[in-house]
Design a protein around this ligand. Structure first.
Ligand SMILES: [Zn+2]
Length: 138
């Protein structure tokens, strides 16, 4: 409880679509108030949430109030390949098939075969591929 990481990224608001630099909190890997940008790598040493995964992993993130439309608790989806943070996008209906598993676990893990897909956004192959939930913690 209380320990999370922050991913700093320019992303659209999931409600009004306005792009802005947002602080997106998430719990995966070392969860100890670490600060990240896309392209950086999570570690696995302290207060670990979830397990390392060689393929594609998704984890849920939450951003605070949008300065444009005042919506709060905005949902984001963060994608990792291995330990690398590769993408973040606002939750859309296309993410619904796996959202509950994301929201109720630290991450979901996909087979390596999805790694050749486009760099970001909800994807047909992810929706059609089985995933495993990851709710491990130390
Ligand atoms: Zn907004």
């Amino acid at each position: 409880m209380g320990f999370f990481n922050t991913l700093h990224a320019v992303v659209p608001c999931s409600k009004c679509g306005q792009s802005a630099k947002r602080d997106i909190q998430f719990k995966y890997g070392d969860s100890r108030m670490n600060e990240f940008e896309v392209g950086q790598f999570v570690g696995w040493n302290v207060n670990v949430r979830g397990q390392p995964w060689a393929g594609v992993a998704l984890t849920a993130g939450t951003a605070g109030q949008c300065a444009t439309c005042n919506a709060d608790f905005l949902d984001y989806i963060i994608e990792l390949r291995g330990d690398k943070l590769v993408a973040v996008w606002p939750r859309t209906e296309a993410d619904d098939p796996y959202w509950n598993d994301l929201d109720n676990n630290y991450a979901i893990h996909f087979d390596d075969s999805t790694a050749d897909d486009a760099e970001s956004g909800p994807r047909v192959s992810l929706r059609a591929t089985k995933w495993t939930v990851d709710n491990c913690h130390d």
